[in-house]
Write a protein that binds this ligand. Structure first.
Ligand code: PLP
Length: 376
């Protein structure tokens, strides 16, 4: 078992959960309040307006007590009806997950999969929509956390709108929103999902869903069964300063604090910092001689992926990095399991933390390949 001598010094570099600033941890220790009282109404109001600021939107936001996948699951019964077609664009593991959720609900999923490391091609998406005028709903991931690719979302949204202005566009922004610029109204995004444990510096457990007026119209007609994740009771309760079910109150305290820190820094500076740290990480890995997975034109500002050299056991490598250096990186998911390392750089993070993390990786890579042994 791995026991960190000083948990605060652990360099947690997974693409969520992200490390918690001290004031966020302190907020988590606060006592409970009634979730149907004026104190919680004030907390909720501040969280909702802060999220609208972070999402750069005037759209309604619903906060679900669920992990990001719960936010993704909510997309399906809130917008679709049984056997209705859904164009599910995927560039990796998380895009595939949404398709699998939709299939579970009995949606007619039309998968459009691009290769790992590549971005989705807007013209291919437009072509699919031209071929299939019965498709009224499109899903796409903004930042694919399994491959470290940031899709060209404005171009994708424009291509979709050019062909079919009425289509509903659903977006997984779980590892982008709050760290990377998004403009839901200007780009024409109908529903955008984010998650607390990624760029927001909050523990896992809250999903944020921004909903356009067009998505609310669709919501009234969507016929799949829904209950816990139904957006309507959330909207109604929010109007009364509450939530339909008992919310994870402590996480709302943490979110209030995380948003305060984000406002102090400012969105433009947050976005610029993620770009800068992303560039720094890619440079460090390239300098080690590692091959990056993501197409450099679409490299993610929040997570970087690289192939592990042939002959090196990726799982053993990550274990050594953890045990000997207290640096926690992530491995590959799905078909990339055992092939790549993933390094998260979202939330409160600066270049030096990545420098230290990659140095640990370098030491253990040299140990694994024998590169530090003198020649015989
Ligand atoms: C983390 C993540 C998810 C899954 O969120 P959970 O909170 O683990 O349920 C989905 N999509 C993307 C892009 C993610 O980064």
């Amino acid at each position: 078992m791995i026991r960190s001598k000083n948990m605060a010094s652990q360099n947690l570099r997974t693409p969520g959960p992200t490390p918690l600033p001290a004031t966020v941890r302190e907020a988590l220790a606060r006592d409970m309040i009634a979730h149907r009282g004026p104190e919680f109404a004030a907390v909720l109001g501040e969280c909702l307006s802060g999220l609208q600021w972070g999402f750069q939107t005037q759209h309604d936001i619903v906060i679900l007590t669920a992990s990001g996948s719960g936010g993704l699951e909510s997309l399906i019964p809130n917008t679709l009806s049984p056997n209705e077609p859904l164009l599910a664009v995927s560039i990796g593991y998380f895009g595939d997950r949404l398709a699998s959720i939709a299939r579970t609900y009995g949606v007619d999923v039309l998968p459009l999969r691009f290769d790992d490391g590549q971005a989705a091609d807007p013209s291919t998406i437009a072509q699919k929509l031209e071929e299939r005028p019965d498709i009224h709903t499109v899903f796409v991931t903004h930042n694919e956390t399994s491959t470290g690719v940031l899709n060209p979302l404005p171009e994708i949204a424009r291509a979709v709108r050019d062909v079919r202005p009425d289509v509903l566009l659903l977006v997984d922004g779980i590892s982008s929103v709050g760290s990377v610029a998004v403009q839901p109204e200007a780009w024409g995004l109908d529903v955008l999902v984010a998650g607390s444990q990624k760029g927001w510096m909050v523990p896992p457990g809250l999903a944020f869903v921004a909903i356009s007026p067009r998505a609310w119209e669709r919501n009234k007609q969507a016929k799949l069964p829904r209950m816990y994740f139904d957006w309507q009771p959330h909207k109604k309760a929010a109007g009364e300063g509450s939530t339909p079910w008992t919310p994870a109150v402590s996480l709302f305290y943490a979110l209030q604090e995380g948003l305060k820190l984000m406002r102090e820094e400012g969105l433009e500076r947050i976005f610029a910092r993620h770009q800068r740290v992303g560039r720094h990480t890619r440079q460090l890995l390239t300098d080690l001689g590692l091959r990056l997975l993501a197409d450099p034109r679409f490299a993610s500002p929040t997570v970087t992926t690289a192939y592990v050299p042939a002959g090196v056991d990726a799982k053993a490598l990550l274990r050594q990095v953890h045990e000997r250096h207290d640096v926690v990186l992530a491995g590959g998911q799905g078909r990339l399991d055992g092939q790549i390392v993933r390094i998260g750089h979202l939330g409160r993070v600066e270049e030096d933390e990545l420098t230290r993390a990659v140095r640990a990786l370098q030491v253990e890579l040299q140990a694994a390949t024998g590169a530090n042994r003198p020649a015989a």
